[in-house]
Design a binder for this molecule. Structure first.
Ligand SMILES: *Cc1c(COP(=O)(O)O)cnc(C)c1O
Ligand code: SF4
Length: 375
């Protein structure tokens, strides 16, 4: 292949069609849902947004009814059934909102949600009740109030831009936010959570990279759930972000039918690392309405990760977390390799599966754990 063109290029689409698919009719025309499904899906669209970007469309194999990319983005009537355990605000953003667009739950970091639009709409999204193409863009006054809140809250050391997707802002608007945050002395870190590098890599232009210029530590957490999402265009966008000094992290959701096997997760983490993206979080599904078909039990998630430990580079290991309902925070779910037995530990070897006893030294006189200096 002369120029590495092939693997993510949309399959020979006329230029006029190479735009984001936003309706059941457009999905039918693209051959992604059968024509008979259109009237029903119109009902679903009244509640939940649809968007399949050209890049994502090019990754889908329409001939595969179980395609792991399609499953993430193609709507399904099951979304209109809310299971008993599902909640419209599963991570409890609302009660932790001091000013519009800000979520402050942990002492040292807070979210800034400048808009609620995304390049694609994921069918399992935990904010699915609020995200959409015409929702949630903060007005200038609201954005200034949110930025003023960061400036006036010195215990917050990190601003996490999310949404929606902050890279859906114009470079001009995003540049303004980055400059305002960069001027706040008590902030050390600016972090962005985004699906743009894999779903709409064409947005990572020189202007966008310029907008991200800052003297703070800049982290970008890329949301991707399948190895195939790291195609040629995505890898070039990530390379450009990395070259511009951005630290790249990966976040994924454990999803039934997308990445619920050791092979699929191994391929995903290896694809991330090859693109200089360090896997950070593997999320247990947040129980948003109509997402039950994606849930993988925690015991299964732990077993899959356990099978991977030692088999692939330690750089690939994410923290498997559950964002507890009610705003109690993200709790690590293991798997743990150590169990307490009396004063000792039984520790399982990832390579041989055998347990070894690890005897502890005598307890220190001050008890355990030692007091934290700041508490
Ligand atoms: C997830 C989240 C963060 C970031 O948490 P980390 O564990 O630092 O990645 C911050 N604030 C809120 C409200 C969150 O939900
Ligand atoms: S990109 Fe993120 S916020 Fe947007 S629909 Fe997907 S999961 Fe939800």
């Amino acid at each position: 292949m002369p120029d590495g063109s092939a693997d993510t290029k949309p399959r020979t689409m006329p230029a006029a069609e190479a735009r984001t698919l936003r309706s059941p009719a457009a999905l039918v025309r693209a051959g992604l849902v059968p024509p008979g499904a259109e009237p029903e899906l119109d009902r679903l669209t009244a509640r939940y947004a649809i968007a399949v970007s050209p890049t994502v469309q090019g990754l889908i194999d329409p001939a595969d009814p179980a395609d792991p990319i399609a499953r993430q983005y193609i709507p399904d009537m099951a979304e209109l059934e809310t299971a008993e355990q599902e909640r419209s605000d599963p991570t409890s953003d609302v009660p932790f909102t001091p000013v519009k667009g800000v979520v402050h739950r942990y002492p040292d970091r807070a979210l800034l949600k400048p808009l609620l639009a995304c390049p694609v709409y994921c069918r399992f999204c935990f904010r699915r009740e609020v995200v959409g193409p015409d929702g949630g863009l903060l007005s200038e006054a609201e954005l200034e109030a949110a930025l003023d809140w960061f400036a006036a809250t010195p215990q917050v050391r990190e601003a996490v831009l999310t949404g929606g997707d902050p890279l859906m802002l114009s470079p001009r608007r995003l540049g303004h936010i980055i400059r305002r945050l960069s001027a706040i002395p008590h902030l050390d870190i600016i972090r962005l959570h985004s699906r743009v590098p894999v779903a709409a890599p064409e947005r990572i232009t020189p202007e966008m990279l310029y907008a991200l210029e800052t003297d703070k530590a800049l982290f970008l957490c890329v949301h991707a759930n399948h190895a195939r999402e790291f195609g040629t265009a995505a890898r070039s966008a990530l390379r450009a972000l990395n070259r511009a000094g951005t630290v790249l992290l990966g976040q994924s959701v454990l999803l039934r039918g997308v990445n619920d096997s050791a092979e699929a997760l191994e391929a995903l983490f290896r694809a991330m690392l090859a693109a200089r993206v360090k896997p950070y979080y593997l999320h247990q599904l947040d129980r948003a309405p109509g997402t039950a078909r994606f849930e993988v039990p925690i015991a299964e998630g732990r077993a899959i990760l356990r099978a991977l430990r030692g088999q692939l580079t330690g750089l690939a290991w994410p923290t498997y977390v559950l964002d507890l309902p009610g705003g109690a925070g993200k709790a690590p779910l293991g798997p743990d390799f150590a169990v307490a037995e009396g004063a000792d530990w039984l520790v399982e070897g990832p390579l041989d599966g055998m347990r070894q006893r690890h005897a502890e030294p005598p307890r220190p006189a001050h008890g355990f754990p030692p007091p934290h200096p700041s508490r």
